[in-house]
Design a protein around this ligand. Structure first.
Ligand SMILES: [Zn+2]
Length: 228
């Protein structure tokens, strides 16, 4: 059963805002469209995943998502059953993702997939290399776009998260080392360790900048004192 939904949910810094469709972001249109009522209920779960894995990301949940060609003509069909759907999109440099919530069986997978795209460029290189090394060479899976390592890495995380969400478990020698194996790398991201590591790095950079500023002020005061 589907109903027409027109509310876009925007998550940013822990706050959820309801916006009216349509909304244009870059080349994409977030629009009203059919959505299973049960899919709307799942947005809370998807938001919890964003909060845990990549809380700095701004995430939009929209009933329908499609992309405009540069000419302004719709290049990709909207998210409707049986069509070529644009389930989600990510702009890593903007820390922004968009997820279509029209169907309940896609929302969690798309959320995990798109937030992986958003966070991958920011991973420590040893962790990123571990994941990219696991996907290896293209296997002519579904075509050039789907075979690209960036897509395969995002699907790997998407399916790994689904495995854990379904109750799957993984064992490794403690403590967890995200540079040691691909499943440790993915679990490190999934359970929010990367988000904490990233926040710690930012705090350390801010503390270092504050220290440099204090030192500069002291030197300026000293130079003034000695008339240099
Ligand atoms: Zn993708």
């Amino acid at each position: 059963m589907t109903a027409i939904a027109s509310t876009i949910y925007r998550w940013s810094a822990g706050q959820v805002e309801a916006l009216e469709a349509p909304l244009r972001i870059r080349s994409c249109v977030l629009d009203a469209g059919p959505a299973e009522p049960s899919a709307v209920d799942l947005i809370d779960n998807a938001l919890a995943a964003v909060a845990q894995i990549a809380p700095w990301v701004t995430a939009f949940f929209t009933p329908r998502l499609y992309q405009l060609a540069p000419s302004g003509i719709t290049a990709e069909a909207p998210c409707e059953p049986g069509s070529e759907s644009l389930w989600g999109i990510s702009w890593a440099s903007q820390n922004t993702v968009v997820v279509s919530y029209y169907a309940e069986n896609t929302i969690m997978g798309t959320t995990h997939h798109e937030i992986f795209h958003a966070l991958e460029p920011q991973l420590p290189s040893a962790v990123r290399d571990r994941v990219r090394g696991a996907v290896g060479a293209a296997r002519c899976y579904r075509g050039a776009y789907a075979d690209a390592p960036i897509e395969r890495a995002a699907r790997l995380f998407e399916h790994f998260a689904e495995y854990l969400d379904e109750g799957g478990t993984i064992l490794w020698p403690a403590p967890l080392d995200p540079a040691r194996s691909v499943h440790e790398a993915l679990y490190w991201i999934y359970r929010g360790d990367f988000a904490r590591w990233r926040a710690d790095q930012a705090a350390a950079r801010a503390a270092e900048a504050a220290k440099r500023a204090r030192r500069a002020r002291r030197w300026a005061a000293l130079r003034q004192l000695i008339g240099a």
